[in-house]
Design a protein around this ligand. Structure first.
Ligand code: ZN
Length: 284
């Protein structure tokens, strides 16, 4: 973990414990009204789903990452038997297949793989590796006569796998936040309707100093970014609320003047609750 940048360390602890902002958690925290995966739109998106999502873009991205992993394993002097085993097992895990054919056991890779089956391959992607991997690679390095150790190799491999997992999460977020995502298009539509409504209300109940909010044309306001539109709506709402509060306060402040006026005009004290309160207060 120490080999990862701090932000990825934070991400990993959340991701490994299932507390990152996946659909399932967003629904539980009531931030979303659903638990859907932003890529394939399936319900109940979990941290494991981020790695296993079968959406076309997700699959393409995964394949690109594992192709690179395969190359990296070669440059890390990985025993070819171990490299093939890891790549094939990851391939099957993502397709939810259980194929055990063509299993070699030259350096103990079968024991490593069997143990990893028990720990789980999702766990491997989050850095929870069977210890036999390092021992098997050590045997290969000894045979090659290299000075590097199986332990160094497994640390380097763990960092690579964690970065792949992070990359899949990042890919999911890039799709989620793209302006062309159907959810975002829907949000834009909703905001535009609210903006149109504000323009219809016009300067009504708007404080003079806030007329500026309507200086831009409706078309120009609709072209603003989602974030700016939200700020615009909040500002104009606040301005109308303040206007209403001020006029109500002004109305209430003139209460005693109104009572005096009614008494003077009619000769009778007004029979209103207002007057009764004033009498109770000893003002009448
Ligand atoms: Zn998905």
């Amino acid at each position: 973990m120490k080999r990862l940048p701090f932000s990825r360390q934070m991400w990993l602890s959340k991701h490994a414990s299932g507390h990152c902002a996946v659909g399932r958690m967003m629904l539980m925290r009531k931030k979303w009204t659903h638990s859907k995966c932003p890529r394939c739109l399936q319900d109940n998106e979990t941290n494991e789903h981020v790695l296993l999502c079968t959406d076309v873009w997700a699959t393409e991205h995964w394949e690109k990452l594992t192709k690179k992993l395969d190359k990296d394993l070669v440059s890390m002097n990985t025993a070819p038997e171990l490299r093939r085993m890891i790549i094939r097992k990851l391939y099957n895990w993502r397709r939810r297949r259980r194929i055990t054919a063509q299993i070699t056991n030259k350096y103990g890779e079968r024991e490593a793989s069997d143990h990893q089956d028990k720990i789980g391959w999702t766990n491997l992607m989050l850095g929870r590796m069977a210890p036999q991997w390092a021992a098997a690679q050590q045997l290969y390095l000894d045979w090659l006569g290299r000075r590097t150790t199986g332990k160094q190799w497994i640390i380097a491999l763990t960092v690579k796998l964690l970065n792949i997992s992070w990359d899949m999460w990042d890919h999911r977020n890039r799709i989620l936040h793209a302006s062309t995502h159907p959810w975002n298009l829907l949000k834009v539509q909703e905001l535009d309707l609210k903006i149109e409504d504000e323009y219809r209300q016009g300067y009504q109940n708007l404080q003079r100093k806030d007329y500026k909010w309507l200086h831009r044309t409706l078309a120009a306001t609709k072209k603003l970014t989602t974030e700016v539109k939200q700020q615009w709506l909040t500002s104009i709402h606040l301005s109308r609320q303040t206007y209403e509060r001020n006029t109500t306060a002004q109305y209430q402040a003139m209460r005693s003047e109104r009572s005096t006026m009614i008494r003077w005009l009619t000769g009778v004290p007004p029979r209103t609750t207002e007057n009764q309160t004033e009498q109770a207060n000893g003002l009448a």
